[in-house]
Design a protein. Structure first.
Length: 178
């Protein structure tokens, strides 16, 4: 009887410990499992998996934009519950020889989806070569200047080319952080 109580206590402690000490991060896209961004104009962007110019040689996704305003991302993403996390982080390699700029856009859970009070756009400067970026999604204001995102069920996210010229980037280590 005593051994049974000890075993039950250990199992309960293990359960509660794992709940309270959950993961500190969550991959938004698991490139190493072959996941890729699926929402983009195939006539204006080429998307492929790549190990070249990624963080620590891990698999990433290469995006070749043909012009300004083109977005590549996910609508109705597989991992859409972001409310346990406060930040998004990603590693980007800019293959161009000069600094460029993109926008990281997120649409939250509010309806209607395509409204300024449900959209965050963060301008990201990309130096030539490698750079890491962290966006505090819990604190970023939406385009209306006063709302914050409802992170309970993300409608979509994308990386948008904001330059007139074509752009090639490689995105890796795309994840949420606590």
């Amino acid at each position: 009887m005593r051994i049974k109580n000890v075993i039950m206590t250990v199992l309960l402690a293990a359960c509660f410990t794992s709940v309270s000490f959950g993961k500190d991060f969550l991959y938004i896209m698991k490139f190493d499992k072959g996941e890729m961004f699926g929402d983009f104009n195939q006539a204006k962007a080429i998307v492929s998996l790549s190990k070249k110019n990624t963080k620590d040689g891990k698999l990433g996704i290469k995006i070749k934009y043909s012009e300004k305003g083109i977005w590549v991302g996910e609508w109705g993403p597989l991992r859409r519950k972001w409310n346990e996390f406060s930040k998004v982080t990603f590693y980007i390699f800019n293959e161009e020889e000069k600094e460029r700029q993109i926008v990281f856009r997120i649409k939250g859970a509010k309806n209607p989806v395509n409204t300024p009070e449900n959209t965050v756009e963060v301008k990201i400067k990309l130096p030539a070569g490698a750079s890491e970026h962290t966006v505090n999604i819990a604190a970023e204001l939406c385009m209306d200047g006063k709302s914050t995102l409802d992170l309970s069920s993300i409608a979509g996210y994308s990386f948008v080319n904001m330059e007139d010229d074509p752009l090639t980037i490689v995105v890796s280590e795309f994840k949420l952080l606590k």
